[in-house]
Design a protein around this ligand. Structure first.
Ligand code: AHR
Length: 513
């Protein structure tokens, strides 16, 4: 990243109203709550907490989730679901069994189950994306759970739900057919053929119970797993007509403490997405099908800080401190770039879930009996979720580039933009990956009629990549909003300074005179 002394580095961003990638599905900003660690117990649910509502849910957490604006929440796992009997979590609480959770070596009290979770989701204005157990269970369980949740009445399972106090069906629309079934760590791990067959049969009967549902087949648990590709093509081949989405999962870490390489890891995510789209379209072509399978990126985040701590956790504890990564500033930048990457594929990624939401690799942390606070990654997610609605434009970015250990030609400026047809407003999201140099962004808005002004520039910047928020210093890393007065876009052109190593949201408003 060399530049002549005194010279400001420049990047160009061209946005044309007619060059569109696709409409953002609101489900792109979903998240995930697993029965894992303190996500449920001490996270969303803590009946003895001073801020608990009458159902035992923490009101402070509800407010933070609402601030994030999360339209869909995946539940109850994750690895947990592959050993879960959902019937353990319904009916009178005092009769619910305590069970060993073999996925996380914890004890599950079952005090929260599907019904309570659906109630919680309503409080945070989210829909539930429910995973079923295809590890220890199968087709019978799959049809029963849909009947329990979605059938109005007049059958054994629907009437059982009503007897539990839920007269109206939950109408859960999105269902995950198991979780990471390609992974040897999964309870009931399967070959692609075994999984493709059971996923197809489960999807078929689930849709016979409720034809309005959409189902997600478990894709590879990661791009680098040896069965990747073969897994997708086999599963899609066996289940194509009955599934709607295929899932992707990706987690990144900076174990090597190589920041320039770490903040470029969204390029790996980009290649992963492209490969899964290719696999879906390969099977589509092979079958001469008119149906397109879309993507559900239902687990993504940074995850590595807690790996060592987790080895020390006492087995079979209830709600242990597991996967409690404390995120730093560079993590927030990578999360920003991952959000930009998801937006760039809005035409095919219709669902995504930041994994996870509370306490477990999460933007929101809680203290038992105490306060809740926001991690660094809270902010880029909040910005993208609140302002990234509309149509994603095919942004042409001409940026200086650099190389790192794993990547070459990494654009210093990572950027995309969303256009809102109704208001005419544009929002640009941008990451400057350069730790040393500010960038002069030269914007070019083409095909946008009318007058525009730069209304707001939100910047999250820190010279210390390792700066983080903590329970005692929760506002150490927060974004600042630069109010911009009267910066009119002249002849479609504008320039703005993008500070070194920063996350940016630039709001461009249409002026009606
Ligand atoms: O999100 C944590 C875990 O990561 C999930 O349980 C599993 O699906 C993935 O491996």
């Amino acid at each position: 990243m060399k530049k002549a002394k005194g010279e400001l580095k420049k990047a160009k961003l061209i946005l044309d109203k007619d060059y569109q990638i696709g409409k953002v599905n609101r489900r792109l900003f979903g998240s995930f709550i697993e029965h894992l660690g303190r996500a449920v117990y001490e996270g969303i649910y803590e009946p003895d907490h001073p801020q608990a509502d009458r159902d035992g849910f923490r009101k402070d957490v509800i407010e933070l989730v609402k601030e994030l604006n999360v339209p869909i929440v995946r539940y109850p796992g994750g690895n947990f679901v592959s050993g879960y009997n959902w019937e353990d979590g319904i009916g009178p609480r005092e009769r619910r069994p305590k069970k060993l959770d073999l996925a996380w070596h914890s004890t599950e009290t079952n005090q929260i189950g599907i019904n309570e979770f659906v109630e919680w989701a309503k409080k945070v204005n989210s829909e539930v994306m429910l995973s079923i157990n295809l590890g220890t269970r199968g087709i019978d369980d799959a049809r029963n759970i849909v009947e329990y949740c979605n059938h109005p009445s007049g059958s054994y399972w629907s009437d059982l739900r009503r007897s539990h106090g839920y007269q109206q069906p939950h109408n859960i629309k999105v269902w995950c057919l198991g979780n990471e079934m390609d992974g040897p760590w999964q309870i009931g791990h399967k070959t692609a053929y075994e999984y493709g067959r059971i996923a197809n049969e489960a999807a078929k009967v689930m849709k016979w119970v409720d034809p309005s549902i959409e189902v997600v087949a478990a894709g590879s648990s990661g791009w680098h797993i040896p069965t990747f590709g073969e897994w997708e093509s086999t599963v899609l081949d066996l289940a194509y007509e009955n599934i709607d989405y295929v899932s992707l999962h990706a987690y990144y870490g900076n174990q090597e403490n190589d920041t320039p390489n770490f903040v470029a890891k969204s390029l790996d995510m980009e290649n992963f997405i492209r490969s899964v789209i290719s696999a879906c379209d390969y099977v589509k072509g092979k079958k001469h099908s008119s149906k397109t399978i879309n993507l559900s990126f239902d687990e993504w985040n940074v995850w590595f800080h807690s790996h060592e701590e987790d080895k020390k956790v006492e087995p079979w504890s209830v709600a242990p401190h597991l996967l409690e990564d404390i995120y730093d500033f560079e993590d927030a930048l990578l999360v920003g770039s991952m959000l930009i990457t998801l937006l760039r594929h809005a035409d095919r990624i219709k669902i995504a879930a930041l994994a996870q939401l509370v306490n477990v690799i999460a933007p929101i942390m809680t203290v038992k009996g105490g306060k809740s606070w926001k991690q660094t990654i809270f902010y880029p997610f909040k910005h993208a979720s609140n302002y990234g609605r509309g149509t994603v434009l095919n942004a042409i970015v001409d940026s200086p580039k650099y190389n790192s250990k794993d990547f070459s030609d990494i654009p210093v400026l990572d950027s995309t933009a969303v256009f809102e047809e109704e208001s005419g407003n544009i929002t640009i999201f941008a990451v400057n990956r350069d730790q040393k140099n500010d960038l002069l962004l030269e914007g070019d808005l083409r095909g946008f009629d009318g007058k525009y002004k730069i209304a707001e520039h939100i910047i999250m910047q820190n010279d210390d990549p390792k700066a983080s928020n903590t329970e005692n210093n929760p506002d150490n890393v927060v974004p600042q909003t630069k109010k911009i007065k009267d910066m009119i876009v002249k002849d479609g052109k504008f320039s703005l300074l993008i500070p070194k190593f920063s996350w940016n949201v630039i709001k461009i408003e249409r002026i009606f005179e």
